[in-house]
Design a protein around this ligand. Sequence first.
Ligand SMILES: [Zn+2]
Ligand SMILES: [Zn+2]
Length: 360
Amino acid sequence: MALRRVPGSLDEFIGNARVVDVLKRAIARDRLPHAMIFAGPEGVGKCTLALLIAQYLNCLAPRDDGSCGKCSVCTRIMAVIESRYLKCLKADDGFCGSCAHCRIRTRRHPDIRLVEPEKTTISIGQVRELINEIAFQPLEARYRVVILDPAEQMRAEAQNSLLKTLEEPASRTVIILVTTNPYVLLQTIRSRSRVLQFGEISPERIEKYLFEQQGRTVEDSRLAAALSGGRLAAALGFNTEEYREIRRLAFHFVVLLLKQGRFSDASAIAVQVTKDKEHFERWVESVAALLRDIYFVMLAPERVGERELLGKMEEVAAAVDRSRVVGAINAVNKLKGDLQFNVNRQLALEAMFLGFAGKR
Ligand SMILES: [Zn+2]
Ligand SMILES: [Zn+2]
């Protein structure tokens, strides 16, 4: 059975309890601001919370701590959440309207609008269309909720056209701008909105959630949470097997680098890890982290991040000079800098290996 990835109701939302509390209290007193900015790091659930608030406001059978999650309103708002990441199974570009994913889209609630960039920006055309729609009463919702995500993808022109709507909001309409950085929005937009700041989620909380609600193993949950950077979305997308494979190749490379291994072995690794840019970047990060850990093994063992490989790293640390490890860290940092300039990844990695391996 596929596990549900999204919370079904407000009380299932993970992290940022203070923000949730502020919103709930505002709703209880019927004082929810008509324009809000949800600001904070990527992947902590800003847009999801906006949709859960829409659900809470409109649920046909709300409970004290959240929406029912079952009524026709709740399920159609769930469809908005679910369809965020769904692409049509048949059409490469656009929607066929009949495949399983498109059918979820067609169930979406008409008054809960999620406006996302069409290509790279939320265009002035999209904003104008929205303003025209808001001019009318909601079709059926008690509260229409409009979410623009990411709001900073609106150019100044599009933001300006939204100003008047923020100033004189339509009745029963809540506008939520989702952004990682509110300061890239126009000051006039910020001054007309209530800014709610989201923070990272603690690794302990993420670990508990992955284990208890997503059916991950203890070990898998711990690792995904520790490497998530406080972002639930990153933890959910984390692939343990892929991570272990990246780390295995990174460790092998580190040993070759520090112990002056054969170029042909290093080159074979380079061929494997440089095919995909994103994959390669994660691999380089892993090499950098392992080198840092080996350095810590020599100086401050309590700071080693990767405890699983501690024994193997101690072996390496005993066999090489500290200055050699520092040199390798610098070489990897330089490689990371070079990669900013779209160099040939494989050649850059091989050149780094040769340049460093020759040094004693
Ligand atoms: Zn409901
Ligand atoms: Zn389709």
